[in-house]
Ligand binder design. Structure first.
Ligand code: ADP
Ligand code: MG
Length: 343
């Protein structure tokens, strides 16, 4: 029997809801792997890389299912896990270290998107802001460079500013609650969509497009899927947002052409970043109807209530089938195993 090892963070007892979610993912993936007939074990990922490497070696995996989301070091360490696995010459699932770093660092990601001609909202980061400039005025969302799961996004996520100086001050003030580094992205008031992608025999398959619907009355400039909307079930924001797959029948509001434009842009992201196995791309669509990429998620959340699983269900695909395809993509990763030692 082949042996699959889950590489995962081990959140402590006081961990936040988003960190604890990794345990839910590990449980469902382990169950699917067993159903597929694999023997499973799990290895905790810590920043003591020699220790992690030794535990991995001891577990003797045929394949590693990488569920690491940064953990103790925060989001900025998320690419250490695939880098270690590559260095050890192990077969593993999901994005490689370069794709992981390029997509997880939102500033790197925006540079890749611009270079590939994929629309993404304009942005400012602290080093480039410099002297006050009038053209910096407007509404921005202040986002973490490395953190995900809407960390640091509260009710005040999208402030209106009058000049670059005000924006600089905001970025400095908010950095500590955003993993230490943040940037300002032009706020797009329009509709929000998620497009999940799953590798398959003919390359990446685009799963049904989901819309994140903001129900009820959200004041202008506040339609943000913030931390509470994602993780705090009792909150007003959680109750007033929901995922819908109904828009593909909704010809009056963009319908099929919009779904096709979203699918094309999501596939363009897959290729621009060199993703592998599974991914989810988040979009906002402004008044001009152009899908703007706001977030490229390599190795998206696999929890039953996450967007990736919802898209699988909508496509009529079972979770085991998806896990099998993710494993196969890892096994046939181009250019793998690396031959570093021979160089
Ligand atoms: N440019 C933007 N304009 C409007 N809302 C945005 C923009 N970027 C992000 N958001 C909102 O913030 C949420 C979280 O941002 P996102 O970039 O997807 O980061 P995360 O990695 O935390 O999911 C999005 O789901 C969306 O509701
Ligand atoms: Mg997102």
């Amino acid at each position: 029997m082949k042996r699959a090892v889950l590489l995962q963070n081990r959140p402590g007892p006081g961990a936040s809801a988003d960190d604890r979610d990794t345990l839910v993912q590990a449980a469902v993936v382990r169950k699917a792997l067993r159903t597929l007939g694999l023997d499973t074990a799990s290895v905790p990922f810590t920043l003591n890389l020699p220790e992690t490497a030794s535990a991995l070696r001891g577990a003797a995996p045929d394949v590693v299912f990488n569920l690491v989301e940064g953990g103790e070091g925060g989001g900025r360490c998320i690419h250490y896990a695939p880098a270690l696995l590559e260095d050890m010459g192990l077969t593993f699932t999901g994005a490689g270290s370069s794709a992981m770093a390029l997509s997880s660092n939102k500033l790197f990601a925006k540079a890749v998107l611009r270079a590939a001609g994929i629309p993404t909202p304009d942005w400012h980061a602290l080093p480039g802001l410099g002297a006050p400039r009038a053209e910096a005025a407007g509404r921005y969302i202040v986002k973490s460079v490395w953190e995900h799961a809407s960390i640091g996004l509260g009710d005040d996520a999208a402030p209106q500013v009058d000049c670059a100086g005000e924006l600089c001050a905001l970025l400095r003030a908010r950095a500590p609650r955003m993993g230490g580094e943040c940037f300002a992205e032009r706020y797009v008031e329009g509709r929000e969509f998620n497009v999940a992608l799953l590798d398959g025999p003919d390359g990446p398959q685009v799963l049904p497009v989901a819309e994140m619907v903001f129900d009820g009355h959200w004041a202008e400039g506040t339609r943000v899927l913030g931390y509470a909307a994602k993780w705090e079930e009792g909150s007003q924001a959680y109750r007033a947002t929901r995922r819908s797959f109904d828009f593909d029948q909704d010809g009056a509001q963009g319908g099929v052409p919009l779904a096709e434009a979203l699918a094309r842009a999501a596939l363009a992201c897959w290729h621009a970043f060199g993703l592998c196995g599974y991914a989810r791309v988040d979009f906002r669509v402004g008044a001009d109807g152009v899908p703007m990429v706001i977030d490229v998620n390599a190795n998206p959340c696999l929890s039953p209530d996450g967007g990736f699983r919802a898209a699988l269900r909508r496509a009529g695909l079972g979770f085991e089938e998806a896990v099998m395809r993710i494993l196969q993509a890892g096994l046939s990763r181009p250019g793998f195993p690396l031959s570093r030692k021979a160089v």
